[in-house]
Design a protein around this ligand. Structure first.
Ligand SMILES: Cc1cc2nc3c(=O)[nH]c(=O)nc-3n(C[C@H](O)[C@H](O)[C@H](O)COP(=O)(O)O)c2cc1C
Length: 190
């Protein structure tokens, strides 16, 4: 039996430091939609606020707070803007600082782009990276296309069509998070 009484911790990683980033209202929306669900704890992790050196890389520059958040997490939502058909370099720089913290945990990716493809090209490139980190990617993404017209001036969602897509994505992510937590805690790797 899976343990539904204990809350799942599912933080949202805001994957860019760009000034004026539209990924920020997207990440806030994901936090808000996660918070409304019973049995879920969440928080926004802004890569701009993780104190990381850029003269080194990997676990050598691990930030203790980010490491503890990743250790505690049962699943991650990664908000990933598309930059030149790829993902954000500083998102990868932050993800690369942890390893064992991620193993056998679920991840779902939310792509963000100014163009019409909702960050899909960046997501396709990010998936093998997430797999190498030990994360287990779900088979739904959320794609924010032409994101500059999805939120109003206050940062509130204006296109309500995103809500059922987010609901489907989060249902799958929560299922995978519960299933993997059960596996981590009850099933030995032989
Ligand atoms: C360096 C750079 C490259 C970009 N490349 C693309 C791209 O390949 N395709 C696209 O649709 N938008 C591209 N954009 C626009 C971003 O997708 C846009 O800024 C979007 O709002 C998501 O990123 P943000 O959180 O930085 O706002 C690019 C933006 C930057 C800064």
């Amino acid at each position: 039996m899976t343990d539904t009484a204990r809350a799942l911790f599912i933080p949202v990683i805001l994957g860019t430091v760009r000034r004026g980033r539209m990924s920020q209202p997207v990440a806030r929306l994901m936090v808000s939609e996660l918070s409304r669900r019973p049995g879920i704890e969440t928080e926004l992790i802004d890569v701009a606020r993780i104190p990381l050196r850029i003269d080194d890389a990997g676990e050598a520059i691990k930030d203790p707070t980010f490491s503890a958040q990743m250790s505690r997490a049962d699943a991650l939502v990664v908000v990933s803007p598309e930059y030149n058909h790829g993902y954000s370099g500083l998102l990868k720089h932050a993800l690369d600082t942890c390893l064992k913290e991620y193993v056998h945990k679920a991840v779902g990716v939310v792509g963000v782009s100014a163009g019409p493809f909702g960050g899909t090209r960046g997501i396709q490139d990010l998936l093998p990276v997430l797999r190498e980190l030990g994360l287990v990617a779900i088979f739904w993404d959320v794609n924010f296309s032409t994101v500059q017209s999805v939120f109003d001036a206050t940062g509130a969602l204006s296109d309500q069509a995103y809500l059922p897509r987010i609901d489907k994505f989060l249902k799958e992510l929560v299922w995978m998070a519960r299933t993997l937590r059960h596996g981590r805690e009850n099933i030995a790797l032989e």
